[in-house]
Write a protein that binds this ligand. Sequence first.
Ligand code: FAD
Ligand code: 2HG
Ligand code: ZN
Length: 480
Amino acid sequence: GSSAINIPRNPSFAKLNSDDISYFRSIIGDKNVIEDEDRLSAANVDWMGKYKGSSQLLLLPKSSEEVSKILHYCNSRKLAVVPQGGNTGLVGGSVPVHDEVIINLGLMDKVVSFDKINGILVCEAGCILENLNSFLENEGFIMPLDLGAKGSCQIGGNVSTNAGGLRFIRYGSLHGTVLGLEVVLANGTVLDMLGTLRKNNTGYDLKHLFIGSEGSLGIVTKVSILTPPKLISTNHAFLACQDFISCQKLLLGAKRALGEVLSAFEFMDSHAMDLVLSHLDGVRSPLPASLYNFYVLIETNGSDESYDKTKLEAFLLRSMEEGLILDGVISQDINQSSSFWRIREGISEASVKLGAVYKYDLSLPLNNLYDIVEEMRARLGEAAKVIGYGHLGDGNLHLNIMTSRYDDDVLAQIEPYVYEWTSKHKGSISAEHGLGLMKANEIHYSKSPETVQLMVDMKKLLDPNGILNPYKVLPQSFFN
Ligand code: FAD
Ligand code: 2HG
Ligand code: ZN
């Protein structure tokens, strides 16, 4: 069953009629106007199977002009829309709440240009992240971001959620690497901000408004992004630690000792490890499972094979002597490296196998980062499985709570407790996944009232009819 979020349909939105369908057919062609039930039901439900809408129409535009015509029409008719990429979002932002028209960018999947001298890629928003990375690898470059959903998520979706992921520690936020965007506004205006410059201080840098705005201010149609060179030497270590404080100390040590070659620092508790091992086929732990409390995956990426390896080995040896690491394996080949990543990236997939999952994506100061996991485990007792993992190098905890089915009593044990706790510890209730539908009403835990008000004002300026991804990101109370 799905979770209970009951938001009444906003009556100011029009209902789709047959004239609308005919119009869409006339502008984007019959075969990209989808009314087929199977395809609609897939597009109406999110990756977790938790959020379900009831849209009757899926549109697949092939160009920015088509997106522009669609939005111009929807705006004049007051038809609400939900922009959709790979539909891998984890906060219910990518699916309709009621009957919003789904606009999926999947057919806009062309590379526009790649400048090998400056490492700048310009592409359409529907390009799948993994395809872009493969394209770049052939040119000697990589994408500055990577995440478990790479096989389905689209760069437009990544930009719209300001996705973090596994390379954040090395290459930073999309606010730094995205150099330009093309965005279609609610009224159909195509906003060309598709710059390819590193530096450009000519007034307000409006592209930043759209990075992380989750489809609430415009539809991203093209992206210009700075791509780092692909370096020849990569090493991976899979390590076991006794307690969280050891993981934390290991991180500080790794930042100092590995310096410029450190490219990932991920952690998981033994509960997360157990979950993966028991629910995903063919996954094996490189270390004796259930012997240790925490596991850490470290990656280095540099330009000198022997230098990088020596550096890593010296650091690991020292950390073992200091007792920070209890056990560990350094990958011997590419297959072993992918088996390490498979464990870490498989946690989300394993987390949806138990029936119901409540996901919290928190930014927290390192010293308290794991406390909330233990508190939740104590609070919920036998009622739930509680796991903690995430991008420790970025201070980003993923707290997942699994039960056999969605239950309001369990939910009431978790929320608002987890949000209050996060706010009290000066954290953020969304480190990288966004607010979507799940946390639209919780924004005040991480943003001041004045800030939220300005966000609402900007939303109303850019989308006066409120047609873009309604019910998401901001509290609905501002729009009634
Ligand atoms: P969707 O899910 O389709 O949409 C996400 C949001 O963006 C929605 O609000 C949607 O309306 C909007 N949107 C999509 N495309 C556009 C567009 N072109 N213009 C305007 N708005 C648009 N996230 C992380 O940050 N780090 C991770 O490490 C990470 N790992 C993940 C691993 C797995 C297995 C899964 C399932 C998800 C993971 N995520 C992660 C969450 C998710 O993959 C990201 O948020 C991703 O960026 C979403 O991309 P998408 O194309 O699937 O977007
Ligand atoms: C990850 O880091 C993703 O694996 C997904 O951000 C986290 O599923 C989750 O809660
Ligand atoms: Zn993550």
